[in-house]
Design a protein around this ligand. Structure first.
Ligand code: RP5
Length: 164
């Protein structure tokens, strides 16, 4: 079953968002990806989001650059958790997208990640953390991911001291 719906405003967002899909693959979480823009295809966004619960999606990840209204518009149409990923597509290096994604009016929350690649990675992990609340196997996978990350950092210290 696909538990995560990933939306992005343009095909040009795909390379950054492969950090999200790649990590979901690693964690064994099913997802579907759709290109849907809050500005260019507003009706399609609405249709996808309204249909999401019936399709079994539990979390929606929405990524966009420029005036990134996608996550907010998605959140306006659902009470599923919405994770926003602001992308650095414009000459403002994603600050525009970050503010558009994060600065939601009270009442319609979007969990905004950071800009770009790190945000895309964290979106997958945050979605996994939500799903892990009712999935013990996934919770264990997340613990293993953290452990592997820790070991990688510690190993890089060992590599450094080996060079001294
Ligand atoms: C946003 O505009 C998209 O999310 C993308 O980041 C940006 C540029 O889109 P393209 O002009 O490359 O299609 O809506």
């Amino acid at each position: 079953m696909k538990r995560v719906m990933i939306l992005m405003g343009s095909k040009s967002d795909l390379s950054t968002m492969e950090n999200t899909s790649g990590l979901l693959d690693e964690l064994g979480i099913g997802y579907d990806v759709f290109i849907a823009s809050a500005h260019r295809t507003p009706e399609y966004v609405r249709e996808l989001v309204l249909g999401a619960p019936k399709q079994g999606y539990k979390v929606i990840i929405a990524a966009a650059g420029y005036a990134a209204h996608l996550a907010g518009v998605v959140a306006a149409h659902t009470t599923l958790p919405v994770i926003g990923v602001p992308l650095d597509s414009s000459s403002l290096q994603g600050i525009d997208a970050l503010l558009s994604t994060a600065q939601m009016p009270g009442g319609v929350p979007v969990a905004s990640m950071g800009i770009g690649k790190a945000g895309a990675i964290n979106a997958a992990l945050f979605a996994a953390e939500i799903l892990a609340l009712s999935d013990e196997k996934l919770a264990k996978s997340l613990e293993r991911y953290r452990e592997a990350q820790k070991e990688k950092v510690l190993r890089s210290n060992e590599d450094l001291s080996g060079k001294k």
